[in-house]
Design a protein around this ligand. Sequence first.
Ligand SMILES: Nc1ncnc2c1ncn2[C@@H]1O[C@H](COP(=O)(O)OP(=O)(O)OP(=O)(O)O)[C@@H](O)[C@H]1O
Ligand code: SF4
Ligand SMILES: [Mg+2]
Length: 385
Amino acid sequence: MSEVPTRRPAHGPEPEGASRPPAPLLKLSGLEQVFDTKKGPVAAVGGVDLEVKPGKVLCLVGESGCGKTTTARAAAGITRPTGGSVEFRGRALDAMNAAERARFRRAVQYIHQDPYAALNPTRTVYSTLTAGLKRHGLVKGKAEARAKAAELLRLVDLTPPESYLDAYPHQLSGGQRQRVNVARSLAMDPELLICDESTSMLDVSIRVSLLNTLGRLRDELDVGFLFITHDLAVAKYFAWDGEIAVMYLGKVVEHGPTPEVIGNPQHPYTKALIGAVCEPDPDLARANRSAEQLRSAEIPSLHDLPAGCAFHPRCPAFEPGLCDGAEPSLQVASRRRVSCHVVDRDRERAEDRTVTFEAVPGSRRPASGETAEDPQTLRGAAWSA
Ligand SMILES: Nc1ncnc2c1ncn2[C@@H]1O[C@H](COP(=O)(O)OP(=O)(O)OP(=O)(O)O)[C@@H](O)[C@H]1O
Ligand code: SF4
Ligand SMILES: [Mg+2]
């Protein structure tokens, strides 16, 4: 295992005032992306508010077409959103000058799903890893460039590096290629890695190994992650100390700390996603058993969204008159954001009951953090996929 450099304050200004909590690395506010298509405009992303903190993981999950990649591309500055804003270290992308923009491009690296397509087949690993370093004047001479490339390969556990430096992509396995992609991103000393299904094309054992490498980079280099996956087991494994945001048809429908979202999902769509996992994981299996069947497997078209809650034609908890009227908004409750009329109503009723309970002499209110099932107890559960 290689020696990992200590994280340095990187490409942006440090947060003002030492006593303040660190500013988010990345902040998406009301992010919208409307595409013009032959059938008319489609809102692929319809007002997303999310943050990634330094060294933390935010996992975006949801079915195909829900807007994960569109959100990630806007967050990386690859596309310009049609509404809302993207801020990096408190600075709006739109307001950045050329120098700030260049720093942003180095600080935020995007790792694609397909490790082969992302590499130039005519370039050796050495050439791939050092192209950016040379462009930015970060290495002088071939000896230094080779030493830096070798260091990067050690960081992603491709050892001994000499075995890989002169290899071409076709001479590497899928897992090795994706490690080269990660190493190329690390060459820029990033503060945020945006991983778009970056492990989904890999075999399970290779996926776990790469996730472990990414986890080490997160912990030791303090790299933040916007981590996209449709696999909740991967989300649970990689983002346990972070957060999960569940997207449905361009909107976040549930968002909170990973143990709570996995251990006690509240939105019916989150429950359905967990219920759909064929998973020996005891936490997910427990949630599977309690998940109700969807009323329909068909995902509505973005061109013709249902009235009210967009999930209502499929939702097992659908209540006519409540769910097909107004669109639910994300409501914050105990470190969780959920957009569901039924969850809101049931919570309000529970709060009413709590008031009544407290009025009973001698009754004891549960202590702060005391729940029927403490999600932290899920921590030790073995994960396998
Ligand atoms: N350039 C584009 N023009 C028109 N529609 C687009 C464009 N890019 C994406 N879309 C549409 O936006 C929606 C969201 O797409 P996106 O790729 O963000 O989904 P996703 O959640 O990443 O899906 P997947 O899990 O399959 O990768 C889809 O309906 C898609 O067809
Ligand atoms: S608002 Fe109604 S339809 Fe929508 S998720 Fe909640 S229960 Fe289901
Ligand atoms: Mg995608």
